[in-house]
Design a protein around this ligand. Sequence first.
Ligand code: ATP
Length: 354
Amino acid sequence: MIAPELLRTGAQAKSSDFYTIATLGSHSALQILKGAHDEGFRTLAIANRDTERLYRSYAFVDEVIGIDHYGQFMDLVPELEKRKMIIVPHGSFVAYLSLDEHKKMKIPYFGNKAVLDWEASREKQRDWLTRANLTLPQQFITAAEIDRPVIVKMYGAQGGKGYLFVRDAQDFEARGSHLTQQYMLQEYIIGVPAYIHYFYSPLTGKLEIMSMDRRYETNVDSLGRIPAAAQEHMDIDPSYVVVGNSPLVLRESMLAEAYRMGEDVVRVSQEICGEKGLFGAFCIETIITPEAKFFVMEISARIVAGTNPFIDGSPYSYLNYSEPMSTGRRIAREIKNALLSNNLHAVLDDSGIA
Ligand code: ATP
């Protein structure tokens, strides 16, 4: 049993008995490290030359290691493996580290790496989500099958970069057929995008809705500001590049379905990704139609940047906690609870357990 004092910061914080929560300095690192600090952990940001000054400027960041670029992270791993440290991954880990590198890294890692295979493959992810009774936009294998507006999604794109909206098969022929990258043709759903942030605790077996956001994307979210008649002569293509996130609260009548979706996604993950399944933070990315139906675009199996507006908690986290509870802090709380109940392995990937 680890005494609560060992988790506290302050005078004793330099003791090697303390766990350090570490992450890459980008994406949702501020939230993760603030949450870790508030829960009493030491904190470490691995930043690049452009961002290290920023992370050093915050009092809750105990240590910053600067590297030239995030691609160099794997060079640091042998040194980090020697320390008493837990990595909390976010979107930049997926962007900068390959699946193989994730698996090679033996630093204790919050989350289940087996989920990565199911998330990374569009086909496997579709299988997972369909088994969880989620409704997905229709997929078209060949251009000839296109019978409605479609969004062309490039593989490996981030934040909607390079996505193309096409009206019909003819439009695709004219504007999309030259594409050389791998892409997916997905039915374009007209509705409100809503990103639902969850936390599943392997310690209590309970799912929590932490918060929700909608993304602000350029230029698709600004097209409504120009009259349709004027757009006709302007030759504007919508683009879906995320520039920020704003908070969203769902009509309460839709909340039960949002909760059901999260529960079923976790249940199926326990059938397909080993016993531990998906745990910790995750996000189901949806578009809600006028019939109040959720169409699921994809799942992110870790903390998403859309949780950043809620560093001080959200209306939903307030319902469960009478203190500010961001997703970053919730992660640290789970690690702390695991340590205090001598059950750390429950919240770590099995490869990180000595
Ligand atoms: P990230 O990895 O950051 O989640 P991404 O590159 O995987 O982003 P998506 O989240 O799949 O991109 O999509 C980006 C945006 O494109 C969405 O926020 C939404 O506005 C739009 N979009 C994606 N799929 C659809 C769809 N089927 N119908 C309508 N709009 C869509």
